[in-house]
Design a protein around this ligand. Structure first.
Ligand code: GAR
Length: 209
C-alpha cells in the first residue's frame, strides 16, 4: 500500500492507443471537474501508444505490458494482472483498452472496473466492435443517433451494468473518422470524467468493498 493513500481516490487507466480519453481524465482532474482523484498508473498493451507520452508529460507512472514480450497468452495475462494489482487502485478505467481481459482480472475487479465504449450499448458492441469499426457499422446501418456508454466491466464483452450514456447526432456526409471525433468530443470526453467523479465522490465503489 502506498504512503500517500490518504483520502484520494486512486485510479489506474488502461490504454492501447492515442489516449485522448486518458487526456480528458488528466485535464478534468487538473481543472477540478474530477475531485479528490489521482491517476496512480497508466497501463498500455502497446509500447508505442501515444497515451504513454501523455502519461509521461503529466508525470504519471506508466508501464507497457506487450503481448510480444511474452511467450504465450498465459504469461502475458499474468504480467497484465500483476501490473494492475501493483497499482493498488480503487478503480480501474479502461480508456480505449482494446485487449479482451482475462476473467481472473474482470472477476477480481468486478464493480471496480469501468469501460468507455463509443456507441449506445446495446447497439454496435460486443466482440469485434472497437474503435473506428463501431462508427463504420453505425454509418452502414444508417442510424441517425449514436453516442457513448460508460459501464462496469463484467466477464462478458460490453455486457456489464451501464453507468452513463450520452447521445450524439449522426450528420449527412459523416465519415467514420468525422463521426468518431464528434462522439469523442460530445460524449466520451464528457461522460467518462463525469462517471469517475461520481464514483470517486459518491463513494459508490468504495462502499461496495
Ligand atoms: C475510444 O473511442 C474508445 O471509446 C474506444 O477506443 C477509442 C480510444 O481512443 N474504445 C472501444 O472501442 C472499446 N471497445 P483514445 O485512445 O483516443 O482514448
Amino acid at each position: 500500500m502506498s504512503m500517500d493513500r490518504g483520502d484520494t481516490f486512486r485510479i489506474a487507466v488502461m490504454v492501447s492507443g492515442g489516449g485522448t480519453n486518458l487526456q480528458a481524465i488528466i485535464d478534468a482532474i487538473a481543472s477540478g471537474k474530477i475531485r479528490n482523484t489521482r491517476i496512480v498508473r497508466v497501463i498500455s498493451n502497446r509500447k508505442d501508444a501515444y497515451a504513454l507520452e501523455r502519461a509521461a508529460k503529466a508525470g504519471i507512472d506508466a508501464v507497457a505490458v506487450s503481448r510480444t514480450d511474452y511467450q504465450d497468452k498465459e504469461s502475458f495475462e499474468k504480467a497484465l494482472i500483476r501490473a494492475v494489482d501493483e497499482a493498488d487502485a480503487d478503480l480501474i478505467v479502461l480508456a480505449g483498452f482494446l485487449v479482451v481481459l482475462p476473467a481472473e482480472l474482470t472477476d477480481r475487479y468486478e464493480g471496480r472496473m469501468i469501460n468507455i465504449h463509443p456507441s449506445l450499448i446495446p447497439s454496435f458492441c460486443g466482440k469485434g466492435y472497437y474503435g473506428l469499426k463501431v462508427h463504420e457499422e453505425a454509418l452502414k446501418r444508417g442510424v441517425k443517433v449514436t453516442g457513448a456508454t460508460v459501464h462496469f466491466v463484467d466477464s462478458g464483452c460490453d455486457t456489464g451494468p451501464i453507468i452513463m450514456q450520452k447521445a450524439v447526432e449522426v450528420q449527412d456526409g459523416d465519415t467514420p473518422e468525422i463521426l468518431q471525433k464528434r462522439v469523442m468530443e460530445q460524449a466520451e470526453w464528457v461522460i467518462l470524467p463525469e462517471a469517475i467523479d461520481r464514483l470517486a465522490n459518491n463513494r459508490t465503489v468504495r462502499d461496495k468493498t
